[in-house]
Each structure stands twice: as C-alpha cells, then as structure tokens.
Design a protein around this ligand. Sequence first.
Ligand code: NIG
Ligand code: FE
Length: 379
Amino acid sequence: MALTNIGELVTWDDERPILHDASIVIVDGEVAWTGEGPPPAADQHFDLGGAAVVPGFVDSHSHVVFDGDRSGEFEARMSGVPYGAGGIRSTVEATRAASVEDLRRTARHLVGEARRQGTTTIEIKSGYGLDVATEGRLVEVAAELTDEVTFLGAHVVPADARTVDDYVALVTGEMLDACAPHSRWIDVFVEEGAFGEEAALEVLSAGMGRGLLPRVHANQLGPGPGARVAAAVGAAAADHCTFLSDEDVRDLVDAGVVIGLLPGVEFSTRQPFPDARRLLDAGATVALATDCNPGSSFTTSMPFCIAVAVRDMHLTPLEALWSATLGGAASLRRTDVGHLRVGAHADLVVLDAPSHLHLAYRPGVPLVSRVLTAEGHDE
Ligand code: NIG
Ligand code: FE
C-alpha cells in the first residue's frame, strides 16, 4: 500500500528526517520505502492531498486501569486546593471494588480514546490495587491492551498496611510473584508521602531480580531522591521531574536515563512547569507522555501534551513531536516504533493539517484524521 501526495512526512531518518511532497510504501505492516515524489509500484494508492504524516505517538506513561471518579478533586484544585498524593487512596478503594469487566471497559475506552488521537504505543501501569489480588488483575487487564505493562505496586502505602516495611515486603514478595509474569517494567513513586530512597531501591532491585526493567516516578511534588534513585539503578526513565536540581539533571544525563515530562500533570495540578529547554541544553533525552490517570492528569491526548509542552515547557514544535515519538520509544527502549524509517512498524498518523507545526499551533483541534498501525487498525 502506498500513501502519496504527503505534504510533510516526518520519518526521523538520520539523513533526511522530514520529506516534502512525499510518499510512503507499506508492506506487511512495515515501512518499505519513503521518498519525495511518487512511489515505486504498490498494490493500492491513497492520495493524501497534501496532508502531513507523522509517526504514531508513543505514550510512555499511563495509569488507565482504574475505577472511580475524582472530578470533584479537580474542581477543588482549580479553586486553590493543592494536589497531594493522598487522592490515590480513593481510586484504590474504587478499583478494589470494581469487577474485572468494569476495569477492562474503562481501560479499553481510554486506550481507544488515545488511539483516535494518534497514540499507537502505550505503556500502562498498575498501582491502584495495592493488594496482591487487585494488582494482579490490573496487570492482567493492562497486558490485554499493551506489551508495555508496568508493575507499580509501590505507588503509595495503602491505608490497610500495618507498616511501610510490611508493605514493601508484600510488594517485593507475593505481589511481585503475581505481577512479574505479566509485566515488562517495575516502577516506584519516590516522593514524600509515598516511598523513600531505601524502600525504592529495595523495590526496584527486587523487580530487576525478576527480569523487570526499572522506571521511576521522580521529583514530582518537590525536590527529593527520585532522580538519584533512577540514575543509581540505570532506569530507562525518570518521569515527572518537575523539581530537579542541577546535580539531578547531571546524574540522569550521565546515567542515560530518559527524562519523561508530563505536561498534563502541571496543567491539571497548577504546579510549575519544568523547563525542557534546560534539560535539552544539559544533553538530556526528553520524552513526553500523558500520565493519564484520574488524579493528576486525566487526558489521553498526546497532541494536547505536545501543545502544552511547546507553550509552557519551551520545546519547539519539532522537539515536542520528537519527544512524543522517538523520545517515548527511547523511554520504553524500543527501536521499532516512534519513527518511519524503512523497516519500522508502519504506525503512523495522518494529520488534517499541512505540517506537524499545527499540533501546537491549533491546540484542542482534532487534527488526527487517520491512524494506521502495523496491525492495520484505523480508528
Ligand atoms: O503519576 N505520581 C503518582 N501517581 C500518579 C498520580 C496518581 C493519582 O493522583 O491518582 C501520577 O501523577
Ligand atoms: Fe504516573
């Protein structure tokens, strides 16, 4: 199949990352050819009439398996009540009470919503069960929807745990046993009110001992040891990073940890936006993700995150697109997605716009007109 008459084609090819008046040929779900002008022979041709095509978005951070509503918390926040991790416990209560069918329905709905906005790869975390049975259910539902499943039993210490040490023992023992077979990643929320440095290292090492790869929720609500922990274990990603010291930035860059910025969080909590420019200047690899969850960022929209990152984190539109595609792929240690070089998964987004610039220039406008994936879905 060939898509022709593409006004702007972003491939992220090393030599020519952006082509104009281009075509792309897809064979068996893979990119077989890209170039300017008409394509070599293909069985079917679709003329895109000058529309832009970009790689499918890679959302490297989401919590879409949960139940319950926290819109009231958002409303209160917009009237000045500060965000706190305590709200997580109300989602835990609702999630524990939900049936697996309800959890599946919500998660499928949110993943469908993300897909219609151009997300073709999504990471999904557990973390709203915090007991063995419920965390097990959450990773199983997540695994029905993605290969990028993260076990986040160490989200907060649940109200029914006797002590932090007891809960860490549960997470690193029975809960890990139940969740590791369905997961690729292990995550921990390192924050005051969640887990400290020592507990975080214990959780991450236990997961790594079971073959899971580490990622970290770091420095979201204030300065702290999260970034240092991520660097120490060689995490693939440190996400949030709203409050990083210069030393934290150096540690993350030196350890090759991708810094995940989550613009929906600062937008929805009224926290200060981290400055992506500072991170890029220090040599960091930056990923953009939604962090879709009912508390701090209830959006599935990568175009929204791109627009906010450009406006408030000081990325250029092209840098934001890079971070939402190749940056997300780097965060998930994937080389087969996030770009449209020959051999890549043919995961792509057709925009109802002549260039990627419009993703930030026209915020809130549904610019994703078609989404193709290697499996051929178009939603
Ligand atoms: O990534 N930081 C911790 N966890 C989520 C928020 C969870 C919630 O408020 O429900 C996050 O922002
Ligand atoms: Fe998160």
